[in-house]
Design a protein around this ligand. Sequence first.
Ligand code: S3P
Length: 425
Amino acid sequence: MILKYTAPLKGELSVPGDKSISHRSVMFGALSEGLTEVDNFLTGADCLSTISCFRQMGIDIVQEGTHVKIYGKGLHGLKAPGTILDAGNSGTTVRLMSGILAGQPFRSVITGDASIQKRPMKRIMTPLTMMHADISSIRQNGCAPLEIGGGNLQGIHYESPVASAQVKSCVLLAGLYAEGITKVTEPVISRNHSELMLRYFGADVRTEGTTASIVPNPRLIGQKVNVPGDISSAAYFIAAALLVPNSEVLLRNVGINPTRDGMLRVCKAMGADITFVNENRSGAEPCADILIRSSNLKGATIEGEIIPTLIDELPVIAVLGAFAQGTTVIRDAAELKVKESDRIAVMTENLSRIGCDVQATKDGMVIRGGKPLHGAVIDTKKDHRIAMSFAVAALACEGEMDIRDDDCVKISYPDFYKDLHALEQ
Ligand code: S3P
């Protein structure tokens, strides 16, 4: 796809529902008794993979656009899948479902696409094995496909070496089926949607500092869930409105959970004109309308505890750094290497192509911003967040951006280009 600047961005937009929360609404709905009704569900390919996995285990799910009904069968109501479970491109599906599968009285195999089959799964295999789950990597390379034989789990206190909501959620979900309490302590707090939503469905989940714990065998009851807009999708429009001169955009109903709002804090530190309007709650999740006006940005250092709260936004933050005056440093973000692509390598390569002075480091990058940048051919490696980040860069560059494999945006934002063009006026 060819993209270039046409006009300032103006107007309002409701970005699609949050990906993490959409996945969890299906998973927890399936494990609850009775109907769970979800509004503003994300219809991206990743969340559809989660729906299809639960259908394979006997759960009736009716999806009409963004409205989804899940007819839950309770904690012990899943049936053995007839075939291999396919998580597509979705790490959340593989890792969270592995925790659930570890508690089932049947064997299952879960895998996904070429990217998923390269992503590290030892991080969940280690704690699940400590809980006495029988889980193995079929190719013995620490990656999917994973074979999981469930049952007889033991509660543990797991000290996770990584701040990862997928690891934490996997262990807590296995904890639903364990003997005794299960606890997870992480080095820095990661997104807490599982804790909030499991509690909303009736589980006894407690948090203290960076430790979350769960009491096994709760009675989960189906609920109504209204999914807030995804701040990780909003991030592209926030960045575009900041970078394209004379823009003013209002994003409606975006989730601003403090374990996810790091990008907003970084933008403000870079000098961004961002205002919250109409702050409210959607179930357990805080949300707001966000008003963004074009701003002159300066570089920032992004490191430490803020990293997990903006981990998926770092590609587009790097784009902001490229256009900002001065130096932007990203560190403590080695996790970027094991996302849908190696995002340190892919971002630095593509930023160099558009003329940016950027250097990869072991756990991030250093960007010397403010040079005039130009369009180039972008190799996205089929990573949705890389494609959307360079679509934003296209609007602030000289010339045309040629984004390869641009349709990978369907993973998290099927209408991304349409929504972006609708704001150009
Ligand atoms: C997610 C957690 C994060 C994030 C991913 C979604 C989740 O991954 O990058 O896009 O829904 O729990 P990690 O837990 O691996 O950091």
